[in-house]
Design a protein around this ligand. Structure first.
Ligand SMILES: *Cc1c(COP(=O)(O)O)cnc(C)c1O
Length: 386
């Protein structure tokens, strides 16, 4: 009997080693890891620069309290907001914590309660972020939830406008709903949100926990939309596998998060910050981001060529792609694993591809070959009767 709570539907694979895009199980079988630990291992497994950072920093200093100043956090914050309209950072340890910070800051700054979020969104598993999440399966059995989250259908302009009464502190959204099925925001919907936020003084929180740090071919996914968020939240890819989260915000919001308002014991400790700095130094480079975009275009085109378009639609941006299938995808996930390709489900009908940003074109080719073999059933050869 397991000594673990049964809250994960674990696959019976014990991974013990990783290098780049390849992970190896305890029986010595190699897999292409197109999960990246769910968009986490952005530079691939055991990237030499990260290994070196952890070695050096762990000999130097792992942890000090936020009671003391941190030039290292300052440097990382400056790198994260560079070339954006954002200016301040708060560091924590996960996506849910980053979103908690955003929800608290939005309420405190505006003095208003309501936060509008969207159906099929995912923002985390704490009480606040679960209340913000627009998926019943995440919320079920945990009520009563935090009040005053209004969940509106995604990309529904009419219903959004109807929800915008005087008590709205913030609108919180993902530019691409990752867990919700790799669903992108429509550009006219994004424009409507941008217009309303600036006209009515509503704060805009963009949850970039999955889409941020180069995943979509730009530093942040909102850059490819008309949105100009007051707050963005980061985690997953930021630490390349080491736990760290962050909330970035505009200068206007700074006074609302004064001493004692919010905090985290581990948040922004020297080891996590050193690793995140290494990740950002590699990813926030024009040439690197261009390669992500090129590889993403390559992968998308290959999938569109290989998979019949009447049965499969390819969606997403960058290296956050979804294959929407007619059938439920659960069996495909298993078949891919048998053939040495690890992929993630998003909803019941979407296969999500999240390779490390460092994936090679050859590895993309290999993954497409496996997916095509699984998904494209050859029609049974007709018997010729005569
Ligand atoms: C994964 C995810 C979260 C939650 O992150 P945790 O680190 O698991 O708390 C929040 N928002 C989005 C968009 C995510 O994909």
């Amino acid at each position: 009997m397991s000594s673990l709570f049964n809250n994960y539907a674990r696959r019976p694979v014990h991974l013990v080693k990783g290098k780049g895009t390849i992970v190896t199980d305890d029986k010595g079988k190699d897999y292409l890891d197109f999960t990246s630990g769910i968009a986490v291992v952005s530079l691939g497994h055991a990237h030499p620069a990260i290994v070196k950072t952890i070695q050096q920093q762990s000999e130097q200093l792992w942890h000090v309290s936020n009671l003391f100043e941190s030039p290292e956090q300052e440097t990382l914050a400056a790198a994260l907001v560079k070339d954006t309209h954002l200016s301040h950072a708060f560091f924590c340890n996960s996506g849910a914590e980053a979103n908690e910070a955003a929800i608290k800051l939005a309420r405190k700054h505006t003095g208003k309660n309501t936060i509008i979020t969207f159906a099929q969104s995912f923002h985390g598993r704490t009480f606040g972020t679960m209340s913000a999440t627009g998926q019943e399966k995440v919320r079920q059995g945990f009520g009563p939830l935090l009040e005053s989250f209004k969940i509106v259908p995604y990309n529904d302009k009419q219903q959004l406008e109807a929800a915008l009464d005087g008590d709205v502190a913030a609108i919180m959204l993902e530019v691409i709903q990752g867990e919700g099925g790799v669903v992108q925001i429509d550009s006219d919907f994004a424009q409507l949100i941008a217009d309303n936020c600036s006209a009515k003084g509503i704060l805009l929180i963009v949850d970039e926990v999955q889409t941020g740090i180069g995943r979509t071919g730009t530093c942040y996914a909102y850059e490819q939309t008309p949105l100009r968020p007051d707050i963005i939240t980061l985690a997953k890819g930021l630490g390349g596998g080491f736990p760290i989260g962050a909330m970035l915000g505009t200068a206007q919001l700074a006074d609302s998060f004064g001493p004692g308002t919010h905090g985290s014991t581990f948040g922004g400790n020297p080891l996590a910050v050193a690793v995140a700095q290494t990740v950002v130094d590699h990813v926030f480079v024009q040439d690197f981001l261009q390669q992500v975009e090129d590889k993403a275009n390559y992968l998308m085109e290959k999938l569109r060529n290989e998979l019949p378009q009447d049965r499969f639609s390819i969606r997403g941006t960058g290296l956050l792609l979804g294959i929407k299938c007619e059938d439920e995808v659960q069996p495909f996930i298993q078949q891919a694993e048998d053939k040495g390709l690890l992929v993630v489900q998003a909803g019941t009908h979407v296969i999500r591809l999240l390779p490390p940003l460092t994936v090679t074109k050859e590895q993309l080719d290999e993954a497409v070959k496996v997916l095509s073999a699984i998904l494209v059933k050859k029609p049974a050869t007709q018997k010729v009767l005569n």
